[in-house]
Structures are given as structure tokens and as C-alpha cells.
Design a protein around this ligand. Structure first.
Ligand SMILES: [Zn+2]
Length: 284
């Protein structure tokens, strides 16, 4: 963007007309479409919404008491797709770039030097996502639980959360961290309560998974025992291998079938025994 176009945009937000030598302009990356450290990513739609919502938003420079009260304002945003770079899930990498300005003062000279030197790399944004979709089954985790745990893989599909339907963008801030620490975006959604709620949901999922695991193990034991009763050692081995691949529902119906077969067999065995008994007794 040409400086005169940038000034035109900047002056939409300032109370008085600012001149070129009064402002410091810098670029920053707000967020992207890749899966982050929290196993979350923004949808394409969310990025488009964020692009609009962040225009005019002020950012703060936290963690530095000297610079408290210093702010910068985003005056233009742009979505950039890098066709040569792929996300972890194989799509082209897209990021939301913003241009921000600060009015130069004696007090923010150091800060400007730090930004120029690339020291303040990490940007933290805060926004609210109306939908948080499971990447495996599409369930909106804000409304309902699903059994998929972030970071785990299900039939080759990695479970993470897709953030969609951004309702508001609150603020952005630069976090003073050395440049070599992996840069990234820290997000906050509806504060701590939401985080706590999601954590407890995940804990509940894990408990459910453990319970289901125990139930499956018990059912498999029953199935193997019934197979043995019904047909002896060699078939029960094959059945045990088959049972290993069954889920709870399949195991329950398999067990019912086996119980029925065993009952029929027991009845016919009993009548055979009775028959031979009577034959024996006849012989005696
Ligand atoms: Zn799911």
C-alpha cells in the first residue's frame, strides 16, 4: 500500500489529520487457518469475518510496564494465501495480515525499535466463536459433547476444533517474547468459564471412553467363554480375534446370539444324554 493511501485509511480513525512523519506503520499476522497449539483452527469463513472485525481495533503492548497505555490501531487487513505452504491438514496456508499504526512519541521510541527488530513477534487475539466444530464428526462442541478428544486420531482423521461463526473480535496485543520462541496466536473465547467448561467436558469424554473400554473387555471375555462352551478351543480363538474388532453394540448382539446357540445345544445335549442314559439303563 502506498503511504498516501495508508494515511488516508489512518486518518479515518484519528481525530486530527496525521502526517507521514508522525506515524509509525507496521505489519502483523493476526492468525491463520492452521491447527494451533491448542488443537484449534479457524475456518475460512471465520478468517473472512475476522478480517472485517479487526479493522479499527486497537492493540496493546502487554507485559511491559514501561509501555503501559501505548496502543496501536489496525487500519487495514488482508487475507493472504501461500500456495506453496500447506497446513497440517493439507490445505493451502492462509493468514490474516494486518497493518497497524502508532503515533510516534518520545515514550514509544524504544517500543518502535523493538518492533522493527522483530522482538515483539507474538500476537494474541481475543474473539468469540459462535460455533466450535469437531473435525471428525462435525458436532458443535458448544452445544453437545462428542467422543472425539483433541489431538487423538480416529481412523486416520485427527481430532481438533474448527472455530467458525466469529461473533466479535475484542482486542489484539503484542506479547513481548524473544523472537526465537515459536510465534503463534493465543486466543481467548468467552473467558475462563468457557475454558473450564470445555476442560470438564473433555474429562467427561475421557471417563466415558474408559468405561466403554472396560465394558468391551468384559463383553469380549464373555464372548470367548461362550464360544468355548459352544464349539471348543479352535473356534473360540478365531472368535476372540473377531471380537477384538467389535464395538460395544456388536459385542452385545454377538453375545446374545452365542447365548441362544449355547441354550439350544445344551437342550439337545441333554436329550442325547437322557437317551443314552435310558439306553444304558435298558442294557443294564
Ligand atoms: Zn466428534
Amino acid at each position: 500500500m502506498e503511504i498516501k493511501d495508508a494515511l488516508k485509511e489512518i486518518n479515518k480513525f484519528s481525530r486530527r489529520e496525521l502526517k507521514e512523519d508522525e506515524v509509525y506503520i507496521f505489519d502483523l499476522v493476526l492468525c491463520d487457518n492452521d491447527i494451533d497449539r491448542d488443537m484449534e483452527r479457524f475456518s475460512d469463513n471465520a478468517l473472512k469475518q475476522l478480517r472485517q472485525l479487526f479493522i479499527g481495533k486497537t492493540g496493546i503492548f502487554d507485559h511491559d510496564p514501561k509501555s503501559s497505555g501505548q496502543t496501536a490501531r489496525i487500519f487495514t487487513t488482508e487475507l493472504i494465501t501461500d500456495e506453496n505452504r500447506k497446513t497440517k491438514y493439507g490445505e493451502s496456508y492462509t493468514y490474516l495480515k494486518a497493518c497497524a499504526y502508532m503515533v510516534k512519541t518520545a515514550a514509544n521510541e524504544d517500543l518502535i525499535r523493538e518492533i522493527d527488530g522483530g522482538i515483539k513477534k507474538e500476537v494474541s487475539i481475543s474473539c468469540s466463536a459462535g460455533r466450535q466444530l469437531c473435525s471428525v464428526c462435525g458436532t458443535d462442541r458448544r452445544l453437545k459433547a462428542c467422543p472425539h478428544i483433541k489431538g487423538k486420531s480416529y481412523k486416520g482423521k485427527e481430532a481438533y476444533i474448527i472455530l467458525d461463526d466469529i461473533m466479535d473480535a475484542y482486542e489484539w496485543s503484542f506479547v513481548a517474547v524473544p523472537a526465537q520462541i515459536n510465534a503463534g496466536v493465543t486466543k481467548r473465547f468467552g473467558g475462563q468459564d468457557e475454558d473450564e467448561r470445555i476442560k470438564s467436558l473433555e474429562a467427561a469424554h475421557r471417563q466415558d471412553e474408559e468405561l466403554i473400554g472396560e465394558l468391551c473387555a468384559a463383553l469380549r471375555e464373555d464372548v470367548v467363554r461362550l464360544c468355548f462352551l459352544e464349539s471348543g478351543g479352535c473356534r473360540s480363538k478365531a472368535m476372540a480375534a473377531a471380537a477384538d474388532k467389535m464395538d460395544v453394540r456388536e459385542l452385545i448382539s454377538f453375545k446374545e446370539e452365542l447365548k441362544k446357540e449355547c441354550r439350544t445345544k445344551a437342550v439337545s445335549q441333554l436329550s442325547e444324554d437322557t437317551a443314552s442314559d435310558s439306553f444304558e439303563s435298558f442294557r443294564v
